[in-house]
Design a protein around this ligand. Structure first.
Ligand code: ARG
Length: 263
């Protein structure tokens, strides 16, 4: 995670960003701290990546890379404003003992567009989004780098421009997603492969509920997503709401702030 000390909305690269909306950076930091403390309380270890002036979106740490079993597929950002973030993440991963960092050739925004299920369909499976940020060529590159099957899914609604605002893993094999964010063909693929998925609606997605992080039992999600929290409780999970109003102004929430490490 990387604290939003330099967070502002000075450019707009997704429909949620409005440069005329004031941002309370201090409140953003306070809310981010609440998220970090929640993770620690749930037993997770959190590494903090020092934020860099001039990189306001660095708080969305999920976009910096995607790793599976100690192999790290680096990010290559679509927009010029974020390109320099990739090197900050790369430095972190290269410092970890025993990890392998692989520089990307194709445009991809890390965990923003890649999700991992360790035990679905007979083993580890990667779900990957394209359509707005990550190029479909990065999906096959990720498959070659990480040695796990990649299922390509096409995003079609600009409000849900990354996979991680439309779909999330709840445990080793279960997902929750909003079908309307995907093309009809990709919806058919998801319905075929994940008949037991928790299905979210447009309101759940608009409240950034799907931008969640789960440990298989506790599901940390945006406190605005009350209806989705109820669905998750019904499905046997324990919703853990956190308030992240400021970071929503940049087009992100819980998951965007967290790069999950899979050593
Ligand atoms: N302002 C950032 C952008 O548009 C938000 C990124 C959100 N991150 C995510 N993992 N969905 O790139």
């Amino acid at each position: 995670m990387s604290p939003p000390e330099h967070f502002v909305v000075e450019y707009a690269i997704n429909p949620w960003m409005d440069v005329s909306t004031p941002v309370d950076t201090e409140l953003a930091v306070k809310q981010w701290e609440g998220l970090r403390e929640t993770l620690v309380r749930l037993g997770h270890q959190v590494h903090v990546l020092p934020p860099q002036p001039g990189l306001p979106d660095m708080v969305y740490a999920a976009n910096g890379a995607f790793c599976v079993d100690g192999v790290v597929y680096g990010a290559r950002f679509k927009y010029a404003q974020r390109i320099a973030e990739a090197a900050e993440h790369r430095r972190f991963y290269e410092q970890q003992q025993g990890w392998t960092f692989v520089a990307p050739g194709e445009t991809n925004e890390g965990e923003g567009d890649f999700a991992y299920l360790p035990d679905a369909l007979g083993g580890g499976v990667i779900l990957a989004g394209h359509g707005f940020r990550t190029e479909v060529a990065a999906h096959s590159e990720a498959q070659e780098v990480l040695g796990r099957p990649v299922i390509s899914l096409r995003l079609v609604d600009p409000r849900f421009y990354h996979l991680d605002v439309a779909l999330a893993s709840l445990d080793d094999r279960t997902i929750v997603y909003y079908p309307g964010a995907f093309s009809a063909a990709s919806q058919a693929v998801l319905a075929q492969l994940f008949p037991d998925a928790v299905v979210a609606d447009e309101q759940d997605a608009l409240s950034f509920g799907l931008n969640l992080v789960s440990d298989g039992r506790n599901v940390v999600l945006n406190s605005d997503a009350t209806a989705l929290a109820a669905k998750l409780r019904q499905a046997g999970y324990v919703p853990v709401p956190v308030e992240l109003t400021e970071l929503k102004k940049g087009g992100g929430s819980v998951k965007c702030c967290i790069a999950e490490l899979r050593p």
